[in-house]
Design a protein around this ligand. Structure first.
Ligand code: HAM
Length: 459
């Protein structure tokens, strides 16, 4: 039997998993610095959390959910996004009870959508998102955009396209919806079957259609900007002004409606095409404001705003443009006992070194010296610690520097001092801080505060 991963899923392993952790850590650090708190919600939810009304028009809810009945005959859905789960969590836990707003949540983890797999599109993928709940104004909407923008800056994206639009308040949207119905109804026979359905459920969704025939019809459709009431227009102008103050460049795209039904007012999306291979995997993130989601899931009338990034898409673009830092720096020590009977010594040594914050690996089965040496190289070890009968009898280890190709025999009593002085990786900022006379920074590698060993003249 040949077991394959399920179509549209993928394994995240080896260096890729290091980079996923790195991307999540950048996102977490920025979100935490804006005082967002980590929320971990279940991957499974009651299906009715996502199917909130019979008239939900989003493809995600109508066609892409992994829904099944559990053994207790409950309808369960693998979460297709995080926002509804965060809303449910806030309501279930009455986090609004102390009236201290906004409630700021960040989250990450797998989400599931039954989509046609292609580059950057999976059926199980990972999102990182934030939601800010309970404060309803342009500043809060823009704060979330700033968080997402800062994350993308830290990750190294340059020349991002940030698209924004407004879906206005309910009154503006109702007026716009009527105008779209009036425009599209006579054209219904020329539209794709999905859009014929969308016209009945939510005509705004038609603007999202990718079919070329419908695109032609969409070109002449009414624009939301002509249907915004004064308050909605004012709010959108405030958002734009704040973005300008923050020096965040954006494009207004009146066709941007986003793929979910809960949005109102500001919506935004990030797009990036890699410079190296012109890789375009679709939007790398997006979000916006929502007025009614919290009340729809049983809570009080509180507005929210947030965004989510697709980690797979971000990773593939960073990789293609070589924007990922060098992270797999290998291990500090590879421990090479020359005989099986010295395995206890090897484990004991590993215990000592790891307690002292070194990264180690051990050859835990009998292997030739040559094989062990290859293993050390494969693991990018900086040092090998070798010991056989001679060393054990002399109470010593051989420590081989695999970069410099030098080695020392180190007595047990000198071992702690030796590894601390010679083998401990120094942080950049711990290095010698003096300058050469020509003004150039010294990079001799000796520690800050220690005597400089550099050959050049220093000041
Ligand atoms: P979304 O636009 O549906 O928004 O998804 C956010 C991001 O997830 C997308 O921009 C994309 O990078 C990634 N993504 C979506 N589908 C796939 C897929 N099939 N494979 C790989 N990546 C994908 C939301 O999910 C909203 N909950 C965002 C939000 C938060 N709005 C307000 N708060």
């Amino acid at each position: 039997m040949d077991y394959q991963n399920v179509k549209g899923t993928h394994d995240i392993i080896l260096d890729d998993s290091i980079y996923y952790d790195y991307i999540i850590s950048v996102m977490t650090n920025v979100a935490t610095s804006f005082n967002y708190h980590k929320f971990v919600t279940p991957i499974i939810e009651s299906s009715d959390l996502f199917i909130r009304g019979k008239n939900d028009s989003s493809d995600m809810v109508r066609k892409q959910m992994y829904t099944f009945n559990d053994l207790g005959n409950r309808s369960i859905t693998l979460r297709p996004e995080g926002t509804a789960s965060i809303a449910r969590c806030i309501v279930n836990n009455k986090l609004y009870a102390n009236n201290d707003f906004p409630i700021k949540a960040y989250y990450y983890g797998p989400v599931f959508r039954y989509e046609r797999p292609k580059a950057g599109t999976y059926r199980q993928f990972h999102q990182f998102g934030v939601e800010s709940i309970g404060t309803n104004n342009a500043q809060t909407d823009v704060e979330t955009l700033l968080v997402s923008y800062q994350i993308l800056q830290y990750l190294g994206f340059e020349k991002l396209v940030i698209k924004i639009n407004t879906l206005g308040d309910e009154e503006s949207r109702n007026n716009y919806r009527d105008a779209l119905i009036k425009y599209f109804t006579p054209l219904i026979d020329k539209m794709c079957p999905d859009c014929q359905q969308r016209l009945k459920l939510n005509p705004l969704r038609i603007l999202d259609c990718k079919s070329p025939e419908d695109q032609e019809l969409i070109k002449n459709a009414p624009k939301i900007s002509d249907y915004l009431n004064e308050a909605s227009l004012k709010r959108f102008n405030e958002c734009k002004k704040l973005l300008e103050t923050l020096n965040i460049q954006y494009e207004v795209d009146e066709g941007l409606v986003r793929g979910l039904d809960y949005y109102s007012h500001l919506v935004y999306e990030f797009q990036y095409i890699s410079k190296k291979s012109q890789l375009n995997v679709g939007s790398i993130g997006g979000g916006g404001h929502y007025d009614n989601l919290i009340s729809e899931v049983g809570g009080p009338s509180l507005a929210g705003v947030g965004f989510a990034f697709g980690i797979e898409r971000i990773f593939s673009l960073l990789k293609d443009d070589e924007l990922l830092p060098k992270l797999n720096n290998g291990i500090d020590f590879f421990i090479m006992p020359l005989d099986e009977k010295y395995m206890p010594n090897a484990l004991d040594l590993a215990n000592y070194l790891t307690i002292n914050y070194f990264i180690v690996d051990i050859c835990l089965e009998k292997k030739s010296f040559k094989t062990m040496f290859h293993k050390a190289i494969n693991r990018k070890a900086k040092f090998a610690i070798i010991f056989g009968e001679n060393e054990i009898n002399n109470k010593s280890f051989i420590i081989k520097d695999l970069n410099k190709e030098t080695q020392d025999t180190v007595k047990y009593e000198d071992f702690a001092r030796y590894v601390n002085e010679k083998c401990r990786p120094h942080e950049e900022h711990d290095h010698c801080c003096c300058h050469h006379e020509d003004g150039e920074e010294c990079d001799c590698g000796c520690e800050e505060g220690h005597e400089c060993h550099c050959e050049k003249d220093n000041k």
